[in-house]
Design a protein around this ligand. Sequence first.
Ligand SMILES: Cc1ncc(COP(=O)(O)O)c(C=O)c1O
Length: 411
Amino acid sequence: MSPVKKRSARRAGTGSRAGKAAQGMATRAVHAGEPRNADSGSLTVPIYQSATFSSRTTREMIAISQGRQEGNFYTRYGNTTTRAVERKLAALDEAGDALLFSSGMAAITTSLLAMLRAGDHVVSSDAIYGNAQSFLLEVLPRFGVEVSFGDPSDPDRFMALARANTRLVYAESPVNPTLRVLDLLRLGRMAARRKLPFLVDATFSSPVNQQSLKFGATLAIHSATKYLGGHADLIAGAVCGSRPLIARIRNMRKTLGCVADPHQAWLLARGMRTLTVRVRRQNEVGMEVARWLERRPGVLSVLYPGLKSHPQHVLAKKQLKGYGGMVTFEVRGGVKGASRVADRLKLVRLAPSLGGVESIVSQPPLTSHLYVSAEARRKAGIRDGMLRLSCGIEDPADLIADLDQALRGRK
Ligand SMILES: Cc1ncc(COP(=O)(O)O)c(C=O)c1O
């Protein structure tokens, strides 16, 4: 980074990122944040199931509560279990620091509220998670924040939406459910040139497949409910970024109160230890299923960044370490035709969410995009006959057999 870029990055909050990680991603997923030489000898971080903590002196208590001294004060401010997971998250995204929340939506809303005030303007991608879009579209304007939506696939037109009072740029990549891949490096550079923080929801990739901060994001956002947790048994969210920016968001989290509880944090730490193994396997399963679907008569189209037919395959190759477990495909018969296939699946479960060890299917026009107009769906490339498959870690042959019988229409 040139000194000029470094300066503007610092102003945009992108500075003070940890240097190159000394250990590999898999090693960090297992060991980062875990206690070393704890009094108990505990190999994994214990659950500190306590709402409050005592201090030795009043002076120490104040220093801890104000964040000037390490330690616990009150679990809404922080907790040893939660902090351990935050350290693991920061290590995975190679960020200066990270914060854990009670949900992915809490991570998104708290970060935006920490960074914005009345009179500000936001440039946002029009292809983002539905509830994040509602927050930008319906909630922020009530507090005097204006938002312009555009398509970041055309970075020049998208960034041209910025005004003098624009304070941040918000996007999601890969995009749900089309698995469109945005050119993060280019968008990040354009945002930094305008001294604007660039927030990227990287839920679909996890840090294993996409290290958003390395590709120009100021803040990497994750619904930890998905790949990070990986077992469909918890709701949590996370943001990773520079220390000063995370400190600002931590302050807002303390005020809004949307912290992950210690048990939830512990479950997440447990899931994250196997993150690399799961996601790398899901990359393999996703690729095998996508290749099979592409050849299967009766399947009209397949969207998977690892396929040569994917519109951003070349970009995906540069930006992603793996193409993920999400595969979107289109069948005949519109919404009803897709519902018939979904209803016939036996091994693959019909459910919202994604990223777990079990494969699940959902129908975007009836779930994530139910309240989006037909015109907006068409513009976003979402067809009526689409099904979104989140591949788990099962044997691909079994998933393929299940998909095959569902597509053939046998009961
Ligand atoms: C891309 C994306 N971001 C954010 C969220 C919100 O996460 P959570 O459900 O953990 O609040 C979701 C949930 O599906 C999502 O898919």
